[in-house]
Design a protein around this ligand. Structure first.
Ligand SMILES: Cc1cc2nc3c(=O)[nH]c(=O)nc-3n(C[C@H](O)[C@H](O)[C@H](O)COP(=O)(O)OP(=O)(O)OC[C@H]3O[C@@H](n4cnc5c(N)ncnc54)[C@H](O)[C@@H]3O)c2cc1C
Length: 482
């Protein structure tokens, strides 16, 4: 295809050499690799619009990409080599801060960490936090409706966004950059684009909600015997701490064992091992000078009751920033430590919290029965009902043919886990999106009417199916009513 007109249409970079394109064509984990006619890196929203107008004119599919850290294959093109990879990474301006309105306007390619830093410079907090924050972009966070570790208190990406600027599939620039907390003026277009994984349009900028900076944050690492106890502890913590409870994470001893094995500095902060642990965080606002002491006192009082009621067996509190970070590192290093063990099979599920303990007990038992020897690596944002219900092959099997045999179990394991999730009214993608990884799985569990409505939205906003085709929704599939 002749790219001369495209090259002339915008000011950013256009890569066509294989070596230049390669980093954009494989995802962060190296699970998917695709091909593209070119990689476009525009510098401004107007340039993005110019690129999309060209794509629309020439019927070229577009795959938007931010930091390329997504875990569902949504930012990788297919292998046909027909699509243009559109990287938003050079849209990097922090456009405006409004400390009185508690809002920040940023372009799509600003990384999550840069957003947090810009908020901090204005004396405010942008609370979204996840392990990929140094690389993922706010555009990608919104396109996937990302979660992370502060959702319990502040909500997902959707709850943190007030307005969007979007380039449509036809290359028109929609300015929806409203900094309003109330706006009942018809269909909410912003909410359509959030979580649409690049299949409806390209997010070029956003107005984000800011919050007062907490005066103190303290954490506790708590031993609990069972997920049931962890749920009981969550209920108690919510009742005692109210909005002061800013994170509540669950992890099994297997997870912590992997972190100790692969991260030199990692140490269990408790004298005895326990089958499960909870990491909980308390944020204190404006108690005046005694903030840290107040937060610690609240946490100590909670843990005393929890120990008394048999909801916990032991606990360690962070008495310094270094200890706070060390406790959080135990949780945040789980994914990478599991990756260091070889192939993984991951499930990013959410359930009503009342069903979590039963789900874990029943599904663990079914897996032990039907797939003996597999290691369960279960952790997640219990406060949001979100588990990363992951599996690793048996420790003693490390030959290449063992890895292949393990990967072949993905389909049957997905069926077992996702059926158990669906039976309890849960979701098979809590925060990572569908991409290509869970597109067909999701269609299995959604009702025909829900799929029909989703296809109608796609057809209305992208009638030529040029926006990230093949991701999130299969337009060809025919449902058989369940
Ligand atoms: C170590 C690690 C930890 C993680 N932890 C979490 C976690 O706790 N919670 C969580 O939710 N996720 C987590 N993730 C997943 C990932 O970081 C998020 O999905 C993130 O939001 C992706 O942002 P990105 O900029 O990298 O997007 P990409 O990977 O580049 O793209 C993701 C999807 O969004 C689309 N897209 C990207 N930018 C735009 C845009 N500007 N306009 C329209 N569509 C766009 C792409 O086409 C693709 O479908 C983690 C990932 C890693 C590697």
């Amino acid at each position: 295809m002749d790219l001369t007109q495209l090259r002339a249409a915008f000011c950013g970079r256009l890569h066509t050499e294989a070596g230049e394109m390669a980093p954009f064509l494989t995802d962060w984990r190296g699970k998917w690799t695709g091909r593209a006619i070119a990689v476009a890196q525009p510098d401004t929203a107007a340039d993005v619009a110019a690129v999309l107008r060209w794509c629309h004119l020439h019927r070229v599919p577009v795959v938007p990409q931010g930091g390329n850290t997504g875990l569902s294959g949504g930012a990788t093109p297919d292998t046909s080599g027909q699509a243009l990879l559109l990287s938003l990474a050079r849209l990097k301006r922090v456009r405006a801060v409004d400390p009185l309105n508690h809002t920040l306007e940023v372009e799509a390619g600003v990384t999550l960490q840069q957003v947090q830093d810009a908020a901090q410079e204005a004396g405010c907090l942008f609370p979204m936090s996840l392990a990929a924050e140094g690389s993922c972009t706010i555009g990608g966070n919104l396109a996937t409706n990302a979660g992370g570790v502060q959702v319990l208190r502040y909500g997902n990406a959707r709850e943190l966004c007030l307005g969007l600027e979007v380039v449509t599939a036809e290359g028109e620039l929609w300015n929806g950059l409203r900094g309003l907390r109330k706006d009942n003026t018809g269909y909410d277009l912003r909410d359509l684009f959030i979580g649409s994984e690049g299949t409806l349009g390209v997010i070029t900028a956003a107005v984000l909600k800011l919050f007062p900076m907490p005066a103190a944050r303290v954490a506790a690492f708590v031993a609990v015997a069972t997920p049931e106890q962890a749920v009981g502890l969550l209920q108690l913590a919510q009742a005692r701490l109210g909005p002061g409870l800013s994170a509540f994470e669950l992890m099994s001893d297997t997870c912590i064992g992997l972190v100790e094995k692969h991260v030199d500095a990692a140490r269990l902060p408790l004298a005895e091992r326990s089958p499960w642990y909870v990491l909980l965080e308390v944020s204190q606002h404006g108690a005046g000078g005694q903030d840290e002491a107040h937060a610690l006192a609240a946490l100590e009082a909670l843990l005393e009751i929890a120990l008394d009621r048999g909801l916990a067996t032991d606990a360690a509190l962070s008495a310094s920033l270094a200890q706070f970070r060390a406790l959080w590192a135990l949780r945040e290093d789980i994914s990478e430590s599991q990756g260091a063990e070889g192939k993984t099979i991951k499930h990013d599920i959410s359930l009503p919290i009342s069903h979590i303990a039963d789900f874990i007990a029943t599904t663990d038992a079914a897996i032990a029965r039907e797939f003996p020897g597999l290691r369960l690596v279960v952790f997640g944002h219990l406060g949001d009902g979100n588990l990363h219900y992951n599996l690793s092959p048996p420790a003693e099997r490390s030959r290449p043919e063992d890895a292949a045999a393990f990967v072949a179990l993905e389909g049957p394991l997905n069926r077992l886990v996702h059926d158990a999730v669906s039976a309890r009214g849960g979701s098979i993608s809590a925060e990572h999106g569908l991409g290509v990884l869970r597109r067909d799985e999701s269609a299995r569990y959604k009702s025909p009417i829900e799929l029909k409505l989703m296809r109608a939205i796609k057809a209305a906003l992208d009638p030529l199916n040029l926006m990230n085709p093949g991701k999130l929704l299969d337009l060809e599939a025919k449902e058989t009513p369940r």
